[in-house]
Design a protein around this ligand. Structure first.
Ligand SMILES: NC(=O)C1=CN([C@@H]2O[C@H](COP(=O)(O)OP(=O)(O)OC[C@H]3O[C@@H](n4cnc5c(N)ncnc54)[C@H](O)[C@@H]3O)[C@@H](O)[C@H]2O)[C@@H](O)CC1
Ligand SMILES: Nc1ncnc2c1ncn2[C@@H]1O[C@H](COP(=O)(O)OP(=O)(O)O)[C@@H](O)[C@H]1O
Ligand SMILES: [K+]
Length: 480
């Protein structure tokens, strides 16, 4: 599990750690890790041309001390202080003592740099880059240099992943002590490049519940259901799929395709697209009547391609088993019925659907994914999986359940019907006994990994191919 902590928590942990260390020791640890990472990127340090963009805080201090280390190894290091009267003094003295210098003309040195260290702002930055930093940042980006962000790309919001103005896009980010949410969530994540975490001893001072967590193979492997020796299809769980309509029969087929690969012992399809489902998947049980008459299930997935049948959504919500609501189901649901449920509910909106549920514009959700998913989970008293370039899963008990961010995506997933596969898959995991947060985040992970398999040759993929690649994803994860 990778974890991210808020700025407030990081500062608190830093204060505790600093109280036990000699003055400046923490910054030296950060600078040492940063210099080592830069050396790795440069290959050959001796003779390399390194430019430091130095803001007025400790982020600039890190850059200066790292620059001093590179200068001692023979790099030509030049500092560009953004506010001449407010530069980390110790850092500047160290750089000058190591043979570095301050630039006369920032644009001239940037034009021929091999590597630029962005130490303009870290966790102390607010809003996008200030106007005076913008021309220098643009010149850096316009050069051929590798850009390495110190702790965070300057200009992003560390706690939320929002971008409120100009940001200096990095090729790599070296972050200290812990990931920050902004390094894992779009749009900020897009500016970070490859992220490397450098330990500075902060770990033991961080609380057990982070702000954000990202699953890895082994975490997902622990969640995946494996049938016991005496298991049967009912004990493994039956998932009911309520999807598709005369107009959208394909959504039913895709949702069932995901559900069949999600670990439930049986998939029961309920709705008007039974013929299309059976033609493709003879192993699926089908029922044309209402969900309540379809037979027992351990979880429902309702909504993809449903059209306007609000009655079935109401009926499923009235059941006492876990329910996943997607697509049309999100439009048709009664919010009070969701809030009143005793069994878990998992909502899986994309940004447009989330915006409609919140009564805001789609852009607002895309710009502030973390706040949006938290707000939805709180409002509906449900677990919410917000889909898109960064998929987030938030549970209603925010204090004890950090938001999960899915690290395993592929932009090839932006193809019609792939969301239907995801909801079937997550519904199947719910039926197999996973909690809503685990079912949603494990499903997003497998779905993203399956998409990477399907798109391995760099070609466009279809939603059905994503479903067909789920066993390969499951295998990868289980092998971990
Ligand atoms: N506190 C610690 O113990 C450690 C801190 N470290 C470094 O210190 C950083 C935090 O340092 P600070 O708290 O001094 O804050 P920063 O250096 O991140 O930024 C604050 C400074 O940037 C200016 N600023 C704010 N918003 C700006 C904007 N939009 N455009 C341009 N300038 C802006 C402010 O006037 C302020 O002087 C971390 O990100 C990390 O790099 C590391 O050395 C590890 C140890
Ligand atoms: N740019 C992107 N990068 C990664 N994944 C994406 C991107 N855009 C969409 N996705 C994923 O693709 C799926 C699309 O689902 P959805 O929007 O419901 O489409 P549909 O309704 O056509 O099935 C979701 O799993 C979503 O997270
Ligand atoms: K920075």
């Amino acid at each position: 599990m990778r974890t991210a902590y808020s700025v407030e928590t990081v500062r608190h942990a830093e204060a505790q750690l600093m109280a036990r260390l000699p003055e400046g020791a923490l910054m030296q640890r950060a600078a040492a890790g940063l210099a080592a990472a830069c050396a790795g990127l440069l290959g050959r340090v001796y003779g390399a041309r390194v430019v430091l963009l130095v803001g007025s805080g400790d982020n600039g201090g890190d850059a200066l001390y790292a620059g001093a280390r590179l200068a001692r190894r023979g790099a030509g290091v030049v500092a560009v202080p953004l506010a001449r009267d407010r530069v980390h003094e110790g850092g500047l003295a160290a750089l000058l003592a190591a043979g570095g210098r301050v630039a006369d003309d920032p644009f001239e040195v940037l034009a021929s740099a091999d590597l630029v260290l962005d130490g303009i702002t870290g966790i102390g930055g607010r809003g996008g880059l200030r106007q005076d930093a913008v021309p220098v940042a643009r010149a850096a980006r316009g050069s051929d240099a590798v850009i390495v962000a110190v702790d965070l790309p300057s200009g992003v919001e560390a706690d939320t992943g929002q971008v409120r103005g100009e940001v200096l896009r990095a090729d790599a980010t070296v972050t200290f002590g812990t990931y920050k949410p902004g390094l894992l969530i779009d749009p900020a994540k897009e500016y970070a490049g490859t992220v490397r975490l450098v330990g500075i001893g902060l770990e033991e001072h961080l609380p057990s519940v982070p702000a954000l967590e990202a699953l890895q193979h082994a975490d997902v492997a622990r969640m995946l259901p494996v049938p016991a020796a005496e298991s049967d299809k009912y004990r493994r769980g039956v998932v009911g799929v309520v999807a598709g309509s005369a107009r959208y029969p394909g959504a039913a087929v895709l949702c069932v395709a995901g559900a069949l690969r999600g670990g439930a012992g049986a998939v029961r399809y309920v709705g008007p697209a039974a013929d299309a489902v059976i033609a493709r998947f003879p192993e699926c049980l089908v029922h044309a009547g209402p969900p309540g008459k379809a037979g027992r299930v351990q979880a429902w997935a309702v909504g993809p391609g449903l059209g306007d049948d609000a009655g079935v959504v109401e009926e499923v919500l009235a059941s006492d088993v876990p329910v996943l609501i997607d697509a049309d189901g999100l439009r048709l649901l009664d919010a009070a019925a969701v809030r009143d449920r005793a069994a878990p509910t998992l909502l899986t909106p994309h940004a447009g659907e989330a915006a409609a549920l919140l009564g805001v514009g789609r852009e607002e959700v895309e710009a502030s994914r973390l706040d949006s998913v938290r707000e939805l989970a709180a409002r509906f008293g449900a677990t919410v999986l917000l889909k898109g370039s960064t998929t987030l899963v938030a549970a209603p008990d925010a204090e004890s359940s950090p938001v999960r961010v899915n690290p395993m995506g592929s932009s090839w997933l932006a193809t019609a019907g792939s969301g239907d596969v995801l909801s079937g898959l997550a519904g199947s995991l719910l039926a197999a006994g996973l909690g809503a947060r685990d079912a949603g985040s494990a499903a997003a992970y497998l779905h993203g990994l399956a998409a990477r398999h399907a798109a391995a040759h760099g070609t466009p993929i279809t939603a059905l191919e994503v479903a067909e690649a789920l066993p390969a994803a499951w295998r990868d994860v289980s092998a971990a």
